[in-house]
Design a protein around this ligand. Sequence first.
Ligand SMILES: [Zn+2]
Length: 226
Amino acid sequence: MTTVDTANSVTCPNCGSEIKTYGTPAPVHHCRACRTHTWSDREEWAKWRRTAFTDHVDEATRAVRVSNAASDYATADEADEALREMRALRLAWHRKARELTDAAGDLAPRSRDTVRVRTERWLAMSDAEQKVVMDIGRARDMYRGADRLVKALSAGELCWVEDYRREGWEAAPTATAILERWSDAIDAARKAAEDEFIRKVKATPIDDAAWEGECKRRRRLDAYFD
Ligand SMILES: [Zn+2]
């Protein structure tokens, strides 16, 4: 994979200005000074053809999908245990959120409030009061994270729960292990797709026929833009 590294440059054949190329092979160089372009020579073109750029690799690996069926990463017993753990965690966070909400009294966020009202109330609070409200928000957030996984597991599936929503998950080792296996499978599939993509790019033809095709393409583009 090519990363943009040290800056180097080519000289514009038209006006003699320096065009920075940042060490990355490119099919064409644009001169800002005289607003013309210069096609790369065959050697640089060949390098460019056989370079897997990060953006393209990302695109190729983003499309990778692995199964999210719980049964592919856990035995039936493990899936049941994970569901039990997550239900307990969901209940614990639900209780915690309710407890904090009750204790907060008038400070507690009200669902009927518009964003504007909520913002005004927030700005009128002291630091200590804001902390009370933040703790309620956090507990509700943790509840939602656990709730998503409970719903997915109930349907025999896995779903991603962001790391920050995994507070208290020491009490859910089975669910954690299953999500980690799933995550490892995703990483492995992406790595395989990345390797395959890079292998394909490296095998891109740079023979005379391909070069002739590139020259034709350039003539077409030049005719179009001139
Ligand atoms: Zn120039």
